[in-house]
Every structure is written in structure tokens, then in C-alpha cells.
Ligand binder design. Structure first.
Ligand code: OAD
Length: 284
């Protein structure tokens, strides 16, 4: 297990300070940046999108590091590590059950839907959606293929026989749940100090290296290896468009950085591309 392959904050990096007051950026610079972002999306023959908790914030799913983020009220080492689960599986399951109860009532928002439209405009071979989210909202919105870097909260996995299956009962009872083989079931998510699901990172990296554009939506860009994906793109001179409520460590190196809500900005970013695809289909 290497540091690079673990979904843990990079050493020395700090969570951005919570901003109490959202100060909109200057209109002129903002309008120009938005126009540049729209042009990049419209003209790109292919795209990779990396999403984080911010894209689901407007669906009512809490983020991890924002002002109301989960890691402000809970300690990840108590709830999201293999050691925590070994120590107290019931406590860990109670926390995941509580999160599942919140997520099950959440609906995809305009940001999730815009990415479905972008996928349809580009076609499945020219579009890759990579998410750090475990909430399943991209799938629910209609995204056909999603690379889940940090697993999926709607799946469970046996700690003994490794059998994995979908489990949608909310609330889940009894806790902690057990496999038919008698082993303890765990949420099929990636915890701190664990490697990513086999092949997921490799698939995401290959997609980034082969793409024309990378969109980075609603992630603090603090957790590796996911945060390395846009850097791979920038090193290869592939443009990177960032959308976030507040500046992230990627802000100044990004080709375009847009401060605002994903549900508001994503539909604007993909609009031109979708119109072009519809027009092309009509002309055929
Ligand atoms: P974070 O909570 O670290 O960051 C969420 C980001 O979304 C922040 O930068 C916010 O500013 C931004 N944001 C919030 N609302 C937004 C909105 N409406 N529109 C756009 N941006 C918005 O979440 P992630 O970066 O996804 O891992 O966190 C990465 C990983 O850290 C998670 O997958 C999880 C966590 O520990 C594991 O549990 C393994």
C-alpha cells in the first residue's frame, strides 16, 4: 500500500478555511472565464470529468470538509478506517446507516443531469466520468458508465469470503449485517489507508491521458490519488476546467477556474456542446 495509492490528504496539505461569506468574483473576469470554459467544452472532441462531494451538495448530501462537512463533526479515524471497523463494526455501521438514510432521499440535481447530457453529446467512447462520491447519484441521474474511485455506499462486501452485492435496505437491520457465510459485511467503500478498487485508478489515468479536456467539479482536490488526475492532464498540456464554491489547490494552475455552484455552472458549461450535438444529429 503506497501513500500515492491511498485516498488520504497529501502530507502538508490543509483543508481550505471555511468561507463564511461568498464573495462573487469580478463580473468581467468571471464572464470571460465562463465563456472560455464553455468554448473549451463545446470544442473538445472528448472529455473526462472528475467529481467530488460538492456536486451532490445541492442534492442535500453533506460534503466532508465544508463548513457543515462530515469531517467537522466526526473523526475519520473513528469511522472510516479498517482499524475503526475492526475495533467497533457496530459504530461504523451505524454511521454508514445514518449516511444511507440521508442519501436515499436525495435526488440528482442539475449538475448531475448536465453531465448526462455531456455524455450523450460526446458519446460513451469519448466521455469518462470519474467520481470520488459513493452516493450513486450519477447513476441515478442516468450516467451510463461511472468509475467509482472510492466505492459505492449501496454495495456491501463480505470481510471473509469477499462476496459483493447491492444492498439497498434503509435502515439496514440487523446491524452489523452478516454474509450468508457468517462473515461480517462491510460497506463497499474505500477507507483511509486502503487501496482503491482494482483497476479503477488505472482506468481513470488512462482516460485522462487520452482525453482533450478535464473538468474537475466540486472536489477539494486534497485527497490522493484522485487529486493527481488533473495534474496528469496539466502536465500533458490538456486543459483543465475547475468548478468549485471556493478556490482549491488546483485553482491557479487550472486553465479555467470558475467559482460557483456546480448545479448552476455545469448546465451553462455544457449547453453549447449539447446544442451542437443536437444540430449535428438533425443534419444527418
Ligand atoms: P470535500 O468535502 O473534501 O470537498 C468538497 C468540495 O466541494 C469543496 O472544495 C467545496 O468548496 C466544494 N463544494 C461544496 N458545495 C459545492 C457546490 N454546490 N458546487 C461546487 N462545489 C461545491 O469532498 P471531496 O473532495 O469529494 O473519501 O473529498 C474527497 C474524499 O475525501 C471523499 O471521497 C472522502 C473524503 O474523505 C473517503 O471517504 C475515502
Amino acid at each position: 500500500m503506497s501513500t500515492q495509492a491511498d485516498p488520504v490528504p497529501k502530507q502538508g496539505s490543509k483543508a481550505p478555511a471555511a468561507s463564511c461569506l461568498y464573495v462573487p468574483p469580478p463580473v468581467e473576469g468571471y464572464a470571460a472565464a465562463l465563456a472560455r470554459g464553455r468554448d473549451l467544452v463545446r470544442d473538445a472532441p472528448s472529455a473526462v470529468v472528475l467529481t467530488g462531494a460538492g456536486i451532490s451538495a445541492e442534492s442535500g448530501v453533506p460534503t466532508f470538509r465544508g463548513p457543515d462537512g462530515l469531517w467537522r463533526s466526526f473523526r475519520p479515524e473513528d469511522l472510516a478506517t479498517p482499524a475503526a471497523f475492526a475495533n467497533d463494526p457496530l459504530l461504523v455501521w451505524q454511521w454508514y446507516d445514518w449516511r444511507r438514510e440521508r442519501i436515499v432521499v436525495a435526488k440528482p440535481n442539475a449538475g448531475h443531469r448536465a453531465l448526462v447530457e455531456l455524455e450523450q453529446a460526446l458519446g460513451p467512447r469519448c466521455f469518462t466520468l470519474v467520481t470520488q462520491n459513493v452516493d450513486g447519484l450519477h447513476r441515478l441521474a442516468g450516467s451510463a458508465a461511472v468509475i467509482h474511485l472510492h466505492g459505492d455506499i449501496w454495495f456491501v462486501r463480505c470481510t471473509v469470503c469477499e462476496e459483493r452485492h447491492e444492498e439497498r435496505s434503509v435502515p439496514l437491520r440487523p446491524l452489523p449485517p452478516r454474509c450468508a457465510c457468517g462473515g461480517l459485511l462491510r460497506p463497499d467503500v474505500v477507507w483511509f489507508n486502503e487501496p482503491l478498487p482494482a483497476g479503477a485508478l488505472e482506468q481513470a489515468m488512462a482516460a485522462v491521458r487520452a482525453t482533450d479536456l478535464v473538468l474537475v467539479i466540486g472536489t477539494s482536490s486534497l485527497v490522493y490519488p484522485a487529486a493527481a488526475l488533473p495534474k496528469i492532464a496539466l502536465e500533458a498540456h490538456i486543459p483543465v476546467v475547475v468548478v468549485n464554491l471556493e478556490p482549491t489547490p488546483l485553482w491557479h494552475s487550472a486553465t479555467v477556474a470558475l467559482q460557483g455552484a456546480a448545479a448552476e455552472l455545469l448546465p451553462q458549461l455544457v449547453e453549447g456542446k449539447v446544442h451542437r450535438a443536437v444540430k449535428a444529429a438533425q443534419e444527418r
